[in-house]
Design a protein around this ligand. Structure first.
Ligand code: HEC
Ligand code: HEC
Length: 179
């Protein structure tokens, strides 16, 4: 009896710990865009990371590193064409993934750099929910020519430790999440 109770206690604690872990590390919240990008991230980890790297730094020579923006200057139309039909050692995905799944995984590949920045610089304080950018933060195109302090987070000093590229990537990421 005691033995069984102890086992269920251990099991119960494990479930709670896992829950807390996913709350902190996964995408919290019910937003549609957040869920969609999480789906893209899951597919990316399952199907693409072996070659393109979990954090978007390629494991396979010749595979583009999305974290460095490689190939991302191409349009969605061009990139989806390769994802559907494959190229060289890059497999074709059209038999395995739906059109929608290919779109969301590409969406994630486009912001994997920003996800990395968020994990490294923001998650420790913003683990519960994604922060909403102020409306006066310029769009990512205008940011390329922007000089000076953005004050992206008025409640912390993190911007001082960030390069302009990191700022642009994290802003693109948060905007993709509808933030
Ligand atoms: C077996 C290794 C491998 C896997 C798995 C893989 N890729 Fe690739 N991928 C490559 C290589 C190598 C290239 C470069 C192909 C070339 O241009 O010759 C590439 C290129 C690409 C490109 C650039 C296409 C272009 O037109 O320039 C995209 C986008 C891409 N992969 C997305 C994905 C996605 C999304 C997945 C998962 C669903 C995936 N890849 C899985 C190896 C892989
Ligand atoms: C040391 C803790 C801390 C870190 C690190 C941090 N934030 Fe914040 N941030 C806060 C707090 C506290 C608030 C105010 C409460 C809230 O909105 O969650 C806030 C608010 C925000 C807001 C709401 C609008 C505003 O300007 O206040 C945005 C946007 C934001 N943070 C973005 C970021 C981004 C992006 C990063 C990572 C690059 C980051 N924060 C890192 C603590 C932090």
């Amino acid at each position: 009896m005691n033995f069984i109770r102890r086992k269920s206690l251990i099991f119960g604690s494990a479930v709670i710990l896992l829950f807390v872990f996913f709350q902190r590390n996964g995408f919290a919240g019910e937003d549609k865009k957040v869920k969609e990008l999480q789906r893209g991230k899951d597919i990316y980890h399952e199907r693409c990371a072996v070659c393109h790297g979990v954090d978007g730094n390629a494991m396979l020579p010749n595979a583009p590193s999305f974290a460095k923006g490689e190939r991302l200057d191409k349009t969605d139309k061009e990139l989806l064409q390769t994802i559907r039909h494959g190229k060289d050692v890059m497999p074709a995905w059209k038999e395995t993934l739906t059109e929608k799944e290919m779109q969301v995984v590409l969406k994630y590949a486009r912001v994997v750099a920003g996800d990395n920045v968020f994990q490294e610089k923001c998650l420790k304080c913003h683990g519960g929910a994604f922060p909403k950018l102020r409306t006066d933060i310029p769009d990512t195109k205008a940011l390329t020519n922007f000089e000076g302090q953005l004050d992206i987070c008025r409640s912390c000093e993190i911007e001082r430790e960030m390069t302009k590229e990191e700022l642009i990537e994290v802003i693109r990421y948060l905007r993709t999440l509808g933030k």
